[in-house]
Design a protein around this ligand. Structure first.
Ligand SMILES: [Ca+2]
Ligand SMILES: [Ca+2]
Length: 319
């Protein structure tokens, strides 16, 4: 009886140890998929062009500890950026985008700046802590957009960038449960561009067979987690064997992450990607000159890091 109790205790300790080992510091693990509800602005493509339309859907997934997580990300109420290219609810190229821009006044005594943004799949932009615009096409097809605002230096740019998913909570997309990938770039008319000096951190990592592969000592690093790029759809071991068994790792987003005084010193530097590693979408390719010399950035893992926050502060006009 006593040995029974001891072995039961030992088993409980082992189980707790296993659970502990699975949960990297500060993270919360969830398993599987939750139902999604439409959280995007576009509910159907009206262009008549042949496009791969997938609605932007959001879910809320509960962890064993009772915590709830918006997946793949919470969407902020607010206006959409103006499309430079949109072949879903627009004719593709939008030659009139400049005239359609409305200036968002962040600082009345600031300078007027135009921004050009492409994100796989979705972005929200804050400048000096204030919301500027979100991406009107949250999943697919891929659009490209412009924004205009008036802001005073020093200017803090803060992006929420999301590799969206069609299976909420899983970091996967489509019937084949493929692993999506992210990446975004932005150029601003004052000369500011995305590049190696930006800070980025991930807050939602999926799909994972064993979340203990994520390291948290030098920012969050999921590069040791197995995932491979494949023709026709990227995969991980759990997405191949049993997608519903895949786990996700969530980290709480600080309320003031977009504020100028938020301390991002512990966030890793952005990782740079070649355009061809991120996209061949016409929204970028047809307008690549508009973005030069911005570089595509993300965290160290384009496949598994799905919700990424990026920040950069410009002290004075770059030129
Ligand atoms: Ca988009
Ligand atoms: Ca994607």
């Amino acid at each position: 009886m006593k040995s029974c109790l001891v072995s039961a205790l030992a088993a409980a300790v082992l189980a707790a140890g296993a659970a502990w080992a699975q949960q990297p510091a500060g993270g919360t693990v969830t398993t599987g998929e939750v139902p999604g509800t439409i959280c995007g602005l576009v509910t159907a493509c009206t262009s008549g062009l042949r496009v791969n339309f997938n609605q932007q859907v959001c879910g809320t997934i509960a962890a064993p500890d009772g915590s709830k997580w918006a997946v793949p990300a919470a969407v902020t109420d607010g206006p959409a950026a103006v499309d430079i290219y949109n072949d879903c609810t627009g004719p593709g190229d939008n030659p009139n985008y400049q005239e359609q821009l409305k200036t968002v006044v962040i600082d009345p005594d600031g300078v007027e700046i135009t921004g050009y943004i492409f994100a796989d799949n979705y972005f929200e932009l804050w400048v000096n802590g204030k919301f500027v615009a979100k991406d009107g096409m949250g999943m697919t097809p891929f659009n490209s957009t412009a924004v205009r605002f008036k802001a005073k230096y020093p200017i803090t740019y803060a992006f929420k960038a999301v590799d969206w998913e069609t299976h909420p909570g899983m970091g996967m997309e489509y019937d084949a449960y493929n692993v999506g990938d992210g990446g975004f770039l932005a150029r601003f008319s004052d000369g500011t561009v995305t590049g190696p000096d930006w800070k980025v951190e991930t807050f939602y990592i999926a799909p994972l067979s064993d979340p203990s592969c994520v390291k948290t000592t030098n920012g969050r690093d999921s590069t040791a987690c197995p995932a491979e790029k494949r023709q026709g759809g990227n995969k991980t071991p759990c997405s191949l064997s049993d997608p519903k068994s895949c786990k996700a790792l969530h980290f709480k987003i600080p309320d003031n992450w977009m504020a100028p005084n938020f301390n991002d010193s512990q966030w890793p530097a952005a990782t740079l990607y070649k355009p061809e590693e991120v996209t061949g979408a016409p929204g970028y390719v047809r307008h690549a000159d508009l973005f030069k010399p911005a570089q595509f950035i993300w965290t160290r893992n384009l496949l598994l890091d799905n919700l990424v926050l990026a920040r950069y502060t410009v002290k004075a006009p770059p030129r």
